[in-house]
Design a protein around this ligand. Structure first.
Ligand SMILES: Cc1cc2nc3c(=O)[nH]c(=O)nc-3n(C[C@H](O)[C@H](O)[C@H](O)COP(=O)(O)OP(=O)(O)OC[C@H]3O[C@@H](n4cnc5c(N)ncnc54)[C@H](O)[C@@H]3O)c2cc1C
Length: 356
């Protein structure tokens, strides 16, 4: 048994999930001198935050991208980590496509509108900076937790590879729906909790996000904002994705739910065809295309997509401790405000850090 933090097992914690909530919690606990190990199922940290690089180096978002002034906890965390935010570009002609056989409607976003912000370098910079603040040996990737066992004054956590960890507290920072299907709790959780977990909607599970990189901002040069809403094509929403320095260019946005059924090459073809028709031939020459269907084993793992937004998010049963006060639920879906969003993930982590 890998007895994590051998000298002080009872005072140490195990954090399950290396997304924004898990890493923020580890960072906050480190500030309180509480040892915590993060067990992350995937080879990659960040969960629903994933920034990839285009062929020309543009940071391109496949997951979480925007936040606003009202997201105070996220904003103050990014400031504390010395990350720079910048407003989403929206100047120029935006397009609204209602029907495929009619020209798109044109509209302008009023300048006075409260901006959405992006993070310089991509949202991933939040994850990378948090991870850098933690001891490397306290972050374990490829460590999918399969079991949590209550054992006298400690909790025993088992992974799919047979590793066993022991600590005084365990905090589940994975979407509740996933916790219910992936982790065996022993003894089993009280019936009301067992019933609630699979009904908690995982925000953005099932979404299909795409991103494109271009060598020049040809749309800006022609007076377009890059913003598109469509009821007609595979792209349903799209935004300019130029970086803070304005030397790397692209778009990011969402595809319709039917897109998940196509192969990626087919999705790319449909996206380019739609953008070519709306923005001209230059749209057909991207330097990179990526997309992601958010249903994999780290977000949904075969559970059904719950269509009612935020169903049972922040539920009272997710605020309570179990296994004699040694087991807590964290993660954005447990937050009592802004659940599902990055703000919720940070708020949930802060709330647990205060309680531990
Ligand atoms: C396409 C998309 C767009 C989004 N856009 C925005 C946006 O613009 N603004 C915004 O605020 N939010 C947005 N979000 C939501 C935002 O990404 C989430 O609120 C936030 O990242 C959730 O963090 P979390 O730590 O709670 O959960 P997650 O990021 O889901 O992290 C959970 C982690 O647990 C790991 N894990 C799962 N099972 C196990 C297991 N058994 N053992 C160990 N580890 C496990 C997962 O691999 C994952 O890394 C978006 C999400 C998606 C998918």
């Amino acid at each position: 048994m890998a007895e994590f933090c051998k000298m002080k097992t009872r005072e140490s914690s195990i954090i399950i999930g290396g997304g924004l909530s898990g890493l923020t919690l580890a960072y906050l606990l480190a500030q309180k001198h509480i040892e915590a190990i993060v067990l992350e199922a995937s080879p990659r940290l960040g969960g629903r935050i994933q920034t990839v690089k285009g062929a020309l180096g543009a940071p391109l978002e496949l997951g979480a991208t925007w936040f606003a002034d009202k997201h105070r906890h996220l904003s103050s965390l990014s400031e504390e980590l010395e990350l720079q935010k910048f407003p989403q570009f929206s100047k120029g002609i935006s397009l609204f496509q209602t029907k495929s056989f009619e020209p798109p409607q044109k509209f302008f976003v009023p300048e006075a509108e409260t901006p959405s912000y992006r993070l310089a370098g991509g949202t991933q910079s939040l994850i990378d900076t948090l991870a850098q603040k933690l001891k490397a040996q306290n972050i374990r990737s490829n460590a999918r937790v399969t079991g949590i066992r209550n054992s006298e004054d400690t909790v025993i956590v088992e992974t799919a590879t047979g590793e066993v960890f022991k600590a005084g507290k365990v905090i589940v920072c994975v979407p509740p729906q996933l916790a219910a299907s992936q982790i065996e709790f022993s003894p089993e959780l009280p019936k009301p909790v067992r019933e609630i977990l699979p009904t908690v909607q995982t925000w953005m599970a099932g979404a299909v996000k795409f991103t494109l990189e271009y060598s020049e901002p040809f749309w800006r040069n022609e007076g377009f904002s890059g913003m598109l809403y469509s009821h007609a094509g595979i792209v349903t929403e799209m935004y300019d994705h130029t970086n803070l320095e304005e030397d790397k260019f692209g778009f990011t946005g969402f595809l319709n739910s039917g897109a998940a059924a196509y192969a990626q090459e087919v999705r790319k073809e449909f996206v380019l065809r739609q953008l070519g028709e709306l923005l001209g031939a230059k749209a057909l020459q991207p330097t990179a295309y990526f997309d992601k269907v958010w249903t994999d084993e780290f977000v949904l793992a075969g559970s059904p997509v719950i269509h009612r937004p935020h169903q049972n998010n922040g539920h009272a049963l997710l605020q309570m401790a179990y296994m004699d006060g040694k087991l807590y639920f964290c993660g954005t879906e447990t937050a009592t405000e802004f659940a599902g969003y990055m703000e919720g993930a940070v708020m949930a982590a802060k709330s647990i850090a205060e309680r531990l």
